[in-house]
Design a protein around this ligand. Structure first.
Ligand code: RB5
Length: 146
């Protein structure tokens, strides 16, 4: 898959560990910044990445800040984005199966790199269940298009 990734300074270190990990899973990764650990504002990175995912330029996105909360708030304001903030593997698997989430958010100051890799691997390799969940996602789409 084509994967977009972004972070602020709080997520930079984790992002730099995850990029080779995701590439090692056979995916192509595009980094939307930031590009070093200088203090920046997470909306400046989360909005452009989420918009690129919403336009269909990338199949999925990964957004990381200190807590994961700031980037997840931003991403979920972009029409067509279903961003899931995950701190455990079961949530990562279930949000793919039930919510068809297209962006994964994580907190670089909350979880360690091995947990983040396990979450990312589960999220990237789990398919949407469809079925009864289709109608629920259609309701979200209808609401945001009203
Ligand atoms: C930056 O200090 C921090 O506020 C940010 O990374 C994130 O945690 C916001 O939600």
């Amino acid at each position: 898959m084509n994967i977009a990734i972004c972070s602020d300074h709080g997520g930079y270190e984790l992002k730099m560990r995850l990029i080779p990990f995701i590439e090692g899973m056979g995916h192509e990764v595009t980094d939307f910044g930031c590009y070093d650990e200088r203090s920046v504002d997470y909306p400046d990175y989360a909005f452009p990445m989420a918009e690129a995912v919403a336009r269909g330029e990338f199949e999925r996105g990964v957004a990381i800040c200190g807590t994961g909360i700031g980037v997840s708030i931003c991403c979920n304001k972009v029409r067509g984005i279903r961003c899931a903030l995950c701190g455990d593997v079961l949530s990562a698997e279930l949000t793919r199966r039930h919510n068809d989430s297209n962006i994964l958010a994580m907190g670089g100051r909350i979880i360690g790199p091995e947990t983040a890799k396990a979450i990312t691997a589960a999220w990237l390799s789990t398919a949407f269940d469809g079925g009864r969940h289709e109608g629920r996602i259609a309701k979200i789409s209808r609401y945001e298009n009203e």
